[in-house]
Design a protein around this ligand. Structure first.
Ligand SMILES: N[C@@H](CCC(=O)N[C@@H](CS)C(=O)NCC(=O)O)C(=O)O
Length: 254
């Protein structure tokens, strides 16, 4: 794609899916505008937002496309692919299309989008947001998330660079990072996954990722590692109330 003047506008919130995109934008050193979406106020369900993302979830991104007209993007993985395709011409955090590494990055990116994110999201739901503790749901999703962490840990153990693909940090690492960093929120400790633990620190030590993780507000997930289950449950109270309310409203819609 031809390089044209960028006009990137990110609609986001402080969540694992949101910070993927701001971490990438900072890694690429791209200028961008940010609108913080208050998901607890359902701003993501307002008509103007649905025009950008019909699915009513963050992150979403708009830009001026190469043909000069607006483009609207949703789904964090697709946003990341767009940004590197169009702007990472020096392949700072991507590999050239058609190379072996390009497809390996895709494998991990899809693994995150189809596995890690949804499974850990459900672990969060059953462990923190369900109105009652349903042990079957908690076990099912925590065990599945733990299995996915083990897959990643085993892979990283063998990686010479300490990154998921090849010799550099890529969008595969950036897509997974916010989720793994928030493991304790889902009730999963990284103590059993030494390579994964080291990888979490390795990504934070990158100035771009470090800056991007604090968009649109400070990232606090790493601090949760030192909190007790009771403290985490207490911290989930407000979100739990919003999620329950939001689910009721969705269920009423035909
Ligand atoms: N697969 C989507 C998931 C997006 C998503 O679930 N976003 C959450 C925050 S992490 C959200 O907007 N939740 C608000 C809601 O469900 O209304 C992506 O990767 O972009």
């Amino acid at each position: 794609m031809a390089e044209t003047k960028s006009d990137i506008h990110l609609y986001t919130a402080q969540t694992p899916n949101g910070i993927k995109v701001s971490m990438l934008l900072e890694e690429l050193g791209l200028p961008y505008k940010v609108t913080a979406i208050e998901i607890s106020k359902n701003t993501q369900k307002e008509p103007w937002f649905l025009e950008i993302n019909p699915n009513g979830r963050i992150p979403a991104l708009t830009d001026t496309f190469t043909d000069g007209s607006p483009i609207r993007l949703f789904e964090s993985g697709s946003i990341m692919q767009y940004l590197v395709d169009r702007y990472d011409t020096e392949h700072k955090v991507s590999y050239p299309r058609g190379t072996r590494e390009y497809y390996e990055v895709n494998s991990w990116l899809f693994w995150q989008m189809g596995g890690l994110g949804p499974m850990q999201g459900q672990a969060n739901h059953f462990a923190r947001y369900a109105p009652e503790k349903i042990q079957y749901g908690i076990d099912r999703y925590q065990n599945e998330t733990r299995r996915l962490y083990r897959v990643m840990d085993d892979h990283l153990k063998k990686s010479k660079s300490g990154y998921l693909v090849g010799d550099k940090c890529t969008i595969a690492d950036l897509a997974c990072w916010g989720w793994v960093a928030a493991g304790s929120w889902a009730g999963i400790s990284l103590d059993d996954f030494p390579s994964l633990n080291a990888w979490v620190d390795k990504i934070v030590s990158r100035p771009g990722s470090e800056k991007g993780r604090h968009v649109p507000s400070p990232h606090k997930a790493l601090e949760n590692r030192h909190k007790t289950e009771e403290e985490l449950d207490k911290a989930a109270e407000q979100t739990r109330a919003w999620i329950q309310q939001s689910m009721k409203e969705d269920a009423k819609k035909k």
